[in-house]
Design a protein around this ligand. Sequence first.
Ligand SMILES: O=C(O)C(=O)C[C@]1(C(=O)O)C=C[C@@H](O)C=C1
Length: 365
Amino acid sequence: MASLIVPKLTTSSQLGYQNLRKRHSAFTLKKTNIMMHVVNHNQSQMGDVSHGLHKDLGSLPRPLSISDIVAASDNRAKVRISYKGLPGSFSEEAAVKAYPNCETVSCSDFEEAFKAVELWLTDKVVLPIENTSGGSIHRNYDLLLRHRLHIVGEVQLATNFSLLALPGVRKEYLKRVLSHSQALDLSDDFLNKLGVARENVDDTAGAAQIVASNGLYDTGAIASNRAAEIYGLCVLEERIQDDSEIISRYLVLARDPIIPKANKPFKTSIVFTLNEGPGVLFKALAVFALRDINLSKIESRPQRNRPLRVVDGSNTGTAKYFDYLFYIDFEASMTEPRAQTALGHLQEFATFLRVLGCYPIDSTV
Ligand SMILES: O=C(O)C(=O)C[C@]1(C(=O)O)C=C[C@@H](O)C=C1
């Protein structure tokens, strides 16, 4: 029987995590506040010691504790959200859609964006997980398991790509186009007709930023209209993607899970492993069907730390099977008895089971 893993809160004394980009002054300021809190606290304690131990102990500053940090973050007016990319990227737009008054914190990769939450530098991280044209972003499924954050929300966003260039540049001047690899792939027909070279960069907004800051008159960028505004580029053509409509789905993760409410439809995401055998996956899926619980997504990923399972069959000899992790999203809240019994049932034969989060369904685009 699998044990249900209740993820632990990850805290750290590494508040001086230095690698995050400091483009947002508000973020740097807040970060400095936390740092200063720690530094001031230590300095005043040292001052007391140097003047002898005559002071009333009650008046000495208390050591900083986790509750101070929690209180500090609760008092902040704005939620801080880390994301991979530059301002103007689609991930940032997803963060703003979910939390319109948030402070967004740009990070150079997903690991950094996750670490920012784990080190209490930001409150949440936004992670693209799938889109209707490109499918699942597999690497990001792996991140869900590698980190101990909880999914607290999902965001669906219409993703429309535009061709951007410096003011005065016309399409026929362009020799190459920069963008995120997926944005280039999903605009394949348009780029073929344009007959330009393609170059991958980290994110769509990064492409716009490179064109603008280097004054590249022969280079276009595929990015959003918002990125055009931010980096002072012109929109040469809108909605250049091959599929007329692309919807991207992002997950929002935080250190603590949320308590599901009854007034909204909720979804639960889980990951589990199974033993080899006939019909085991069928049985796993049946625990939901039996309780009339709709599954909205199923994904499998290799178990990278143990990719092959060796099974010794008495008649068939030794066999090696690929070993998988199964990720499932089902449309029920963890507060519902049918969801709890379904997971209890699954635990009877799953070899590992973890609830990644329970969160309100986003049905808006
Ligand atoms: O490059 C960006 O703007 C991103 O945010 C990356 C992102 C996304 O996460 O939505 C953008 C568009 C692509 O379709 C794939 C990835």
